[in-house]
Design a protein around this ligand. Structure first.
Ligand code: PEP
Ligand code: MN
Length: 371
């Protein structure tokens, strides 16, 4: 059960302490308070876990500060969509809104290699008016002898350049909880010129201790990739781990499934699940066409498979696109073969806009027939 309080409820009021005392005395129920500080208001919610069946919704609704009581289904208690659930499907981070009605492109380097390449990418993004990117510093690699990323050593110049080119959010994978502190310190030392969305990679989707650590911190939002060899339900439960620890600012990313059935693509593209994730949960949905397709092959009409896959996800309502770009992909230390070139950035962004406009037109058309 979720008890949603009226916005800006005063925690020092007797109405508040009366409610908390009542909740604390409920038998066989654990209560967890969650607070979300937006730019305009502060929202407080209580999550009740345990034997909630006997509770009287009407009685709880009568407490003066209570705005609404929501009965949650068993699945995805925090991130799930439940009946009568009016909680917002968005969050704001560093001036950027992420939600099921929003759309952002995160083009950038799979792995940071040189300062010069980071600058070329960020300058190009800025020239096109884009304020988000991806930059891999900590790389989980299949082969232990492969390049593992420059880690915290590259963070100072990545953050400095992000500030210079007005980048607001960088998606950055972490593979260990100590990386959260490294990123936080490097941001602070650089004067917080940008923001970071912590990325949980597909290999770590079920690394539950990492999920708990990332979920416990509230400084950074999280982008969690679907596990490439597990069911959608298992991956959504992984996302719920983050939320259950307190961080509700979670974006879910589809990135293809590992099976030879997807050959010749690196993974089997799973973007038909975009509307499914939006239906089951409140999370904005990201797609990663680069890691799904894994090559620069094109159809006979000259459109790259990566662009086709991206368009398929966006026309189905994706809210974010994560894509690998590189100024000189023959020199890329990770995933060069799938990287788009800098002279393809504007082309890619325009193509995505066509797909986004088509999604919005489809939505309008369906609204007409659904009403
Ligand atoms: C990545 O985005 O750089 C990455 C490693 O992706 P995935 O975890 O989906 O393989
Ligand atoms: Mn990669």
């Amino acid at each position: 059960m979720i008890i949603i309080l009226k916005p800006d409820s005063d925690k020092t009021s007797t109405e508040y302490t009366d409610l908390v005392a009542y909740l604390d005395n409920l038998p066989n129920i654990t209560v967890r308070m969650h607070e979300e500080k937006g730019e305009q208001q502060r929202l407080t919610e209580f999550y009740l876990v345990g034997d909630t069946m006997p509770l009287d919704d009407a009685h709880i609704s009568n407490f003066p500060l209570v705005e609404r009581v929501v009965r949650v289904s068993r699945e995805y208690r925090v991130l799930g969509r439940h009946n009568e659930d009016v909680r917002a499907s968005y969050f704001d981070y560093n001036g950027v809104r992420f939600g099921q009605d929003e759309f952002h492109v995160f083009a950038g380097l799979c792995a940071v290699d040189t300062r010069e390449h980071v600058e070329i990418v960020m300058r190009a993004l800025n020239e096109l008016g884009l304020n988000c990117t991806r930059m891999g510093a900590y790389k989980p690699r299949t082969n232990p002898y492969s390049f593992q990323g420059y880690g915290k050593d590259c963070l100072p110049y990545v953050f400095e350049l992000a500030g210079k080119y007005d980048i607001k959010v960088i998606a950055m994978e972490i593979t260990h909880d100590i990386h959260i502190e490294e990123i936080s310190q490097a941001l602070e030392q650089a004067g917080n010129p940008t923001g970071v969305m912590l990325q949980i990679g597909t290999r770590n989707t079920q690394n539950f201790e990492l999920l708990k650590a990332v979920g416990r911190q509230r400084q950074f939002p999280v982008l969690i990739k679907r596990g490439f060899g597990i069911t959608l339900e298992e991956s959504l439960n992984a996302a719920e781990y983050l939320a259950s620890e307190g961080n509700h600012n979670v974006v879910f990313c589809l990135r293809g499934m590992k099976t030879n059935m997807g050959d010749p693509h690196r993974n089997l593209v799973d973007f038909a699940h975009v509307p499914v994730v939006k239906r089951y949960t409140h999370m904005p949905v990201c797609i990663d066409p680069s890691h799904s397709v894994g090559s620069r092959e094109a159809g006979p009409e000259g459109i790259l498979d990566v662009m086709h896959a991206a368009a398929q996800g966006v026309i189905a309502g994706a809210n974010m696109v994560l894509a690998d770009f590189h100024p000189d992909s023959t020199k890329a230390l990770v995933d060069g073969p799938q990287a788009l070139k800098m002279n393809e950035l504007e082309w890619f962004v325009n193509d995505l806009q066509i797909a986004r406009d088509a999604f919005l037109a489809r939505k309008q058309c369906h609204d007409k027939y659904n009403s």
